[in-house]
Design a protein around this ligand. Structure first.
Ligand code: PMV
Length: 333
């Protein structure tokens, strides 16, 4: 079995414990939202996904602004608040940086998210991507976006996809050592011009992290065994839709994939339900806008109550007017 340390050494060609050559580094990385979700792991140690995923990288600087500085002890500030070393966000960030620390190195991390943190809005994707970028700069590594995606995945699976713009595909790979699992631009997207509205139902931190929900649901849900085959079909449908530039076919399978994932969660023991009453009402509204009013809009939902809605880029103004009219808390990215 390959350990995390051996894997990092393989990606970095044995340079992973090199002392930092810079005192400090700063990076911004955008977040991304999965259209066809990553859910389940084929290897927990290396955080290798059970299924491939397709995502949309957010525009307009929605993501994480992070600075890492060498320090006398580990410290972390998130959105202006100093975190206790017991905070799960502090622990997972430092556990990630442990993989790259030279002897006697401590880090001071300051992160400002331009999206609400931990509300199922993929702040961990941009957060771990930005931490990776800061390490690369501090240590003076020359790495391709693919190699950066392979490192960031150890922090958060979805972070691997943030190193590419547009529509991105993360290949689950099949090798045990994880060396064929990385993200890249999804090839058949040239003619598809999509935008996304993030619809905020709740800005609070979610009750259960995606990591915990993933573990519980894949161990206990009555739909867990079906997920890989259903997902494979969804992935093929999405790739065909992108190739044909068929927005409706893409939207249809994006909704199917999210609905199946939330049903899988609901059938876990204990049952995991991220919906708030407003989530259900909003999902119904999106379907109504499409089926009654003829708008090409489709939703997706991650491990939280908020929804994301995709639509063709040409409709940005109309969608903006509609969302304003409805008095919704939203941003378009
Ligand atoms: O990257 P993680 O470990 O937070 O898991 C991401 C899970 C989803 O956001 C629900 C799906 C995805 O592909 O981003």
């Amino acid at each position: 079995m390959t350990t995390r340390e051996e894997y990092v050494a393989n990606v970095l060609d044995n340079e992973h414990r090199r002392p930092a050559i810079k005192q400090s580094a700063q990076a911004f990385m955008p977040s991304n939202v999965a259209l066809i979700k990553y859910w389940g792991k084929r290897d927990a140690e290396l955080n290798l996904p059970l299924v491939s995923s397709i995502s949309y990288t957010l525009h307009e600087n929605y993501g994480s602004n992070t600075r890492v500085t060498l320090s006398s002890e580990d410290r972390m500030e998130l959105d202006g608040m100093a975190l206790s070393p017991k905070d799960p966000a502090f622990q997972s960030a430092m556990r990630f940086l442990d993989l790259f620390r030279a002897k006697g190195e401590f880090f001071d991390i300051t992160t400002l998210n331009t999206i609400p943190t931990a509300a199922g809005l993929a702040s961990s994707a941009s957060g771990f991507a930005a931490l990776t970028e800061c390490m690369v700069l501090m240590k003076g590594w020359t790495l391709s976006p693919r190699s950066k995606s392979m490192l960031a995945r150890l922090g958060s699976g979805s972070a691997a996809r943030s190193f590419f713009s547009g529509i991105v595909m993360m290949d689950k790979g099949t090798q045990k050592d994880g060396m064929d699992c990385y993200a890249g631009t999804c090839k058949p997207q040239a003619r598809m011009r999509t935008r996304m509205a993030v619809l905020l139902v709740d800005r609070e931190r979610k009750a259960m992290s995606s990591r915990e929900a993933m573990r519980i649901s894949m161990e206990t849900s009555s739909l867990a065994d079906e997920w890989p085959a259903v997902h494979k079909k969804h992935l093929a449908q999405a790739l065909a839709a992108l190739k044909d530039a068929d927005f409706h076919a893409l939207g249809y399978v994006v909704e199917e994939n999210a609905l199946f994932l939330h049903e899988l969660l609901r059938k876990s023991k204990p049952s995991i339900v991220y919906d708030k009453p407003e989530t259900v009402a909003l999902r119904n509204n999106i379907v109504k806008w499409r089926e009654k009013d003829g708008l090409p809009v489709y939703f997706t939902q991650d491990a939280g109550p908020n929804l994301k809605m995709i639509f063709p880029m040409t409709l940005k103004k109309d969608i903006e007017n509609l969302l304003k009219e409805q008095n919704l808390d939203y941003f378009i990215a």
